[in-house]
Design a binder for this molecule. Structure first.
Ligand SMILES: [Zn+2]
Length: 78
């Protein structure tokens, strides 16, 4: 006699809660541009190394590129 070896599939477990994400404001790229009257204005400085499309992150005293690590210190600040 064959035993009923088939087990009922475990109840669908809810996916474990994702680890809490590090709080970091992730600025959407479109916020770096401003379009007025068909003219495009870049609100952030672009990375001189990476070229167009790569913006520098603004810090209190410097601008940095998250892609290549370029850092530009702001002038007039100590
Ligand atoms: Zn760069």
């Amino acid at each position: 006699m064959s035993e009923a070896t088939q087990q009922a599939p475990p109840a669908a477990k809810a996916a474990p809660a994702p680890a809490k994400k590090k709080e970091r404001p992730d600025t959407p790229i479109y916020k770096f541009y401003d379009v007025k009257g068909g003219k495009l204005t870049r609100l952030r400085k672009e990375c001189p190394r990476c070229g167009h499309g790569v913006f520098l992150a603004e810090h209190r005293d410097r601008l940095t590129c998250g892609k290549c690590g370029y850092t530009s210190y702001k002038k007039g600040q100590r």
